[in-house]
Design a protein around this ligand. Structure first.
Ligand code: ARG
Length: 451
């Protein structure tokens, strides 16, 4: 068992089981580059303030750099008996540079250190997730452009409703992702506040230059209250919430891919390389990837709820419960990133079956609203037009035909004002082209370029 950084006031060795239960090294080790970067900035500041001698600081900085290099290359020998990444790096430093390494922690606590590390980590992750989100947005634009003339039924209540452009449908997801991106950017601003210099909770008794550390670590500002700084995990929660909404969007898109690839819909064919077969049914080609994205959404929601619940009863300031934020955060980051990557690649290979979509548009009275609108242009009130077309639909269903298959005479039976020009209103493509109001399916969207 390793010597504890807090061992002084203890007479007994820690129970081995408790040691294991208490430790976070197995998962917080991925914070090492951030922990070392933060320590180096802290060390330089201590030297600048004359709290460390220049040669002491130089030794510490060298030692930290060496540790970083070794871990990067996989040459570091991990002391698994250390409690967490902060204690481990400090112990490794003292191992290398001797007692002077013990001066690094002047004016600092693991409480402000861990918040700093997580903020540095999350800052990078947010940039990555934004990039991946933009990649997916770009793919949606490419697909929309490639299929600009493809029409499919738009649905409400999963019942065929009105014809829409496939591009319009796909770009609805572009919009959702754009809002996710905006939320990530805003969250990034709140993450980018330096907590270091808060020490355990009351602030350090040394005259630290927090602004110098903030500049070196590229933080926009320093935290204003040390108790808040060591006990705030809002920034983690915010990221978990934004990720939950983002995953919900990916999940809805995935659900549509699953539905559209069924024989019942047949709107798309998924690339073989992204599907699996069945161990018993030879004909099966299963959409496992979108199903998994849909499934993993629940796990990200779970992390949000778990951290919210973990935080809700905590008195100020730091409490060990907060160590539980890390696995939730790490798994969320990994899940969101992998889902964005795999879904993007899958989408690139999707084949849209325009004939199937066209057939679906031609069945199910999708032009009924337009027929009512036609009657309105001829002077009928909308309520009367709605009722008239309702009756025409009923008649058409009875006679097993679509509205455009009704003869002029049949139509006139419902209203004298129906004339030959009605035919143009029953053409699905015209239904789309008539909808030119900004935001409608027939409008040409502008400002689509992500970035
Ligand atoms: N492993 C701890 C965490 O993740 C680091 C902070 C420990 N601080 C303390 N006072 N025990 O929260």
């Amino acid at each position: 068992m390793s010597k504890k950084v807090w061992g002084g006031r203890f007479e007994e060795e820690m129970d081995a089981l408790v040691d294991q239960f208490n430790a976070s090294l197995s998962f917080d080790q991925r914070l090492y580059p951030h922990d070392i970067r933060g320590s180096m900035a802290h060390c330089r500041m201590l030297a600048k303030k004359g709290i460390l001698k220049d040669e002491e600081a130089a030794k510490i900085l060298n030692g930290l750099q060496e540790i970083k290099r070794e871990i990067d290359r996989g040459e570091f020998s991990w002391d698994d008996s250390q409690e967490d990444i902060h204690s481990l790096i400090e112990a490794a430093l003292v191992d290398r540079v001797g007692e002077v390494g013990e001066k690094l922690h002047i004016g600092r606590s693991r409480n402000d250190q861990v918040s700093l590390d997580v903020r540095l980590f999350l800052r990078d992750c947010i940039k990555n997730v934004i990039q991946r989100t933009e990649d997916l947005q770009r793919t949606l634009i490419v697909l929309a452009e490639k299929n600009f003339d493809v029409v499919l039924p738009g649905y409400t209540h999963l019942q065929r409703a009105q014809p829409v452009l496939l591009a319009h449908h796909l770009l609805a997801y572009f919009e959702m992702l754009g809002r996710d991106k905006g939320r990530l950017q805003e969250c990034g601003r709140r993450v980018n506040i330096l907590p270091l210099g808060s020490a355990a909770l009351a602030g350090p008794s040394f005259d630290l230059d927090r602004h110098m550390v903030a500049r070196e670590l590229e933080f926009d500002a320093i935290s204003a209250n040390s108790m808040d700084a060591v006990s705030d995990r809002d920034f983690v929660l915010e990221f978990l919430f934004i990720s939950s909404v983002l995953m919900m969007h990916l999940s809805r898109l995935s659900e549509e891919l699953v539905l559209w690839s069924t024989q019942e819909f047949g709107f798309i064919t998924l690339p073989d390389a992204f599907c699996t077969g069945s161990s018993i049914m030879p004909q099966k080609k299963n959409p496992d990837i979108p199903e998994l994205v849909r499934g993993k959404t629940g796990r990200v929601y779970g992390h949000l709820v778990s951290v919210l619940t973990m935080m809700k009863g905590l008195p100020l300031a730091y409490n060990k419960d907060m160590q539980e934020d890390k696995e939730a955060l790490f798994d969320t980051v990994d899940t969101v990133e992998s889902c964005l990557i795999v879904l993007n690649r899958l989408l690139t290979g999707v084949c849209f079956n325009r004939e199937k979509m066209k057939q679906a548009v031609e069945r199910g009275y999708l032009v009924a609203t337009d027929l009512a609108d036609y009657l309105v242009t001829k002077g009928m009130t909308f309520r009367k037009a709605h009722e008239t077309v309702g009756k025409m639909v009923l008649y058409a269903i009875d006679h097993q035909k679509e509205l455009n298959a009704l003869s002029d005479a049949e139509m006139k039976r419902f209203s004298e004002i129906i004339e030959e020009d009605v035919r143009g209103w029953l053409e699905p493509l015209n239904c789309i082209q008539r909808r030119r109001v900004p935001g409608a399916t027939g409008s040409v969207p502008d400002g689509l370029c992500p970035g």
